[in-house]
Write a protein that binds this ligand. Structure first.
Ligand SMILES: Cc1cc2nc3c(=O)[nH]c(=O)nc-3n(C[C@H](O)[C@H](O)[C@H](O)COP(=O)(O)O)c2cc1C
Length: 187
């Protein structure tokens, strides 16, 4: 029994991805708060604007959502998400851009956790990053979002109030002792 738990630890440990949402609007203030949590995540470089590579598109337009789902079966649920946030990396600030994947990832996790705090479920979809077989689809997503060349599409984050009727697959993790080492690998 671990007595050092608290609300945030419980939220982090119990969070799951959600792919079924209620038809309930998410207010603009809540979306803004969620994105501000993302914007306040750590990012590579000094804590100054020109080091902040992550940018966001808030998508509510149903036609655009449909288009973004493309032909992938495991993506069709995003059509029913009240909001999708596209997470982007601006390559203009080149040196810092190299760390974009970490910076964007931290920003996304902050948004996921802040959404959870409102009872809003999320599911992240990567945008074929480094998947050579899907370059054309990534290009389609870029066109749909009208992205200029200096903007990388990192991921989509679907958001919506949780529909408790969703059946969520049990989660099985590798064990703590199989994944955590002391001082050196296998130490
Ligand atoms: C980089 C990345 C890409 C993902 N892409 C998809 C996706 O395309 N479609 C989807 O339904 N879920 C996607 N997910 C969600 C994972 O399926 C999910 O996080 C994982 O199975 C662990 O389950 P949990 O989030 O419920 O803990 C993605 C997650 C990550 C981190």
């Amino acid at each position: 029994m671990n007595s050092d738990k608290n609300e945030i630890i419980d939220l982090l440990i119990n969070r799951r991805s959600h792919r079924k949402y209620l038809h309930k609007n998410i207010s603009d203030n809540i979306i803004r708060n969620i994105i501000n949590c993302g914007r306040n995540a750590p990012f590579g470089g000094k804590p100054k604007p020109d080091c902040q590579v992550t940018e966001y598109i808030i998508i509510k337009d149903n036609d655009i959502k449909k288009e973004l789902a493309l032909h992938y079966e495991d993506r069709q649920f995003i059509k029913d998400a009240p909001v999708i946030i596209a997470i982007l990396a601006n390559k203009n600030n080149d040196a810092k851009y190299k760390e974009y994947i970490l910076s964007s990832g931290l920003s996304i996790e902050n948004m996921i956790i802040s959404a959870e705090s409102y009872g809003i479920g999320t599911c992240i979809l990567s945008c074929f990053l480094n998947h050579e077989n899907h370059i054309e689809d990534k290009e389609k997503n870029r066109q749909i979002l009208n992205l200029p060349d200096n903007i990388e599409l990192v991921a989509l984050l679907a958001l919506g109030y949780k529909d408790n009727r969703e059946e969520i697959q049990d989660k099985e993790l590798r064990t703590y002792k199989d994944t955590v080492y002391f001082n050196t690998y296998c130490g």
